[in-house]
Design a binder for this molecule. Structure first.
Ligand SMILES: [Zn+2]
Length: 370
């Protein structure tokens, strides 16, 4: 394609960070349980993502096969935001949470077929499976994880597992060392219920073994899944989350998750270098979901770009236990480009000064003739 001089927008971005469009590995774009269509306008997932420099949002199992094509037709296919998805192994997904509690609802073959055939599906999700009583033959402890892994095997795609709550008969060690395959993901790794540290705050050996065998650890902040008391000692011992993500939905968008930049800012203040923070929100999630064409800036690819400003000052950050961390760094998005289009431009880049705007700008419209 020939690029005309008039098509080229030149912007002075001195002191800004020009990054590939960010990837939020764990979001909920499709309306979840209790969020009817009437409540949808309260959070516009696309706008929120663009304001955070996110150009690719991965929906983590909001829909099972029952609602997946509604999701695709109304959101995935119509959005400027690139939406990818893990399909929920439970046919009703998180739209009707009861669906995730009953093994009869785990439609392995159908979930696998959708995961295999629909290009936007990056894997299979399982979450929230528990039965409120000891596991038994009808409700085996690992029913949902095993079903998701089976579907993942058929589709040749990874599984993302959320195994809350932590129940007897379903040890976390077994999940990350045996049940998940290398390349599968445990999300919410720093939630309060995972005993990843010993009594001296030392990282437990099984976590290091799990990482060595290829289990992926996603942050998945959410309302209740990020605790400084787990994340910071882990970081200080060199155990970084593979991917930083929000688990964003209606009930955490005003805290404590807020958005991907808030979580990236938390890690800057914990001590992670900016290059590492960006790696875990661009190239690393792209690898994990098998889309290595994303998360980088290269000639010939769709122009997805996040321009970020790093502020220094006095800031505070909350975790899921309502504990605070003081910090001096905070990231702000000052421009988001999705496929070459300026989709979030709060600094008005590329616009003329109003005094020099074209003649048409200065002409007041006439009275409308009805
Ligand atoms: Zn989630």
């Amino acid at each position: 394609m020939d690029i005309q001089q008039s098509d080229v927008l030149s912007i002075d971005l001195e002191d800004a960070i020009v990054a590939p469009g960010l990837i939020d590995m764990h979001t909920h774009i499709y309306p979840l349980c209790g969020m009817t269509e009437d409540t949808l306008p309260m959070i516009d997932g696309e706008a929120h993502m663009f304001q955070n420099g996110v150009t690719t949002a991965v929906d983590a199992g909001s829909c099972g096969c029952k609602d997946f094509f509604d999701f695709k037709n109304r959101f995935i296919d119509k959005s400027k935001l690139r939406i990818l998805a893990f399909i929920n192994i439970a046919h009703g997904g998180m739209v009707s949470l009861a669906s995730e509690l009953e093994p009869d609802n785990f439609y392995v073959e159908i979930a696998a077929a959708i995961a295999k055939e629909v290009p936007e599906v990056v894997g299979v999700k399982t979450a929230h499976y528990h039965v409120g009583k000891p596991f038994d033959q009808e409700h085996p402890a690992w029913a949902s994880v095993d079903a998701a892994v089976k579907a993942g095997e058929i589709a040749g795609k990874p599984v993302m597992a959320d195994v809350q709550p932590y129940l007897p008969g379903r040890p976390y060690e077994e999940l990350v060392l045996e049940r998940l395959r290398p390349g599968d993901i445990h999300t919410h790794v720093y939630a309060q219920q995972f005993h990843i540290l010993d009594e001296n705050n030392k990282m437990k050996q099984f976590m290091l073994d799990a990482r060595a065998r290829g289990t992926i650890f996603d942050l998945g902040h959410g309302a209740g899944s990020f605790w400084f008391r787990n994340a910071i000692p882990a970081y200080e011992q060199g155990f970084y989350p593979d991917t930083l993500s929000t688990d964003l939905y209606l009930h955490n968008v005003n805290g404590p998750a807020f958005g991907l930049l808030n979580i990236m800012s938390k890690y800057l203040n914990i001590g992670m270098p900016i290059e590492e923070v960006l790696y875990r929100t661009t190239a690393r999630p792209a690898e994990v979901i098998g889309h290595t064409e994303l998360g980088k800036l290269e000639v010939g690819m769709e122009a997805d770009i996040a321009v970020l400003k790093l502020h220094e000052g006095k800031f505070g950050f909350a975790d899921s236990g309502n504990a605070r961390m003081d910090g001096k760094y905070k990231l702000e998005c000052i421009l988001t480009v999705r496929n070459g289009e300026l989709v979030y431009n709060p600094m008005a880049y590329g616009m003329p000064d109003w005094k020099n705007a074209p003649e048409s700008y200065h002409i007041a419209p006439g009275v409308i003739q009805l």
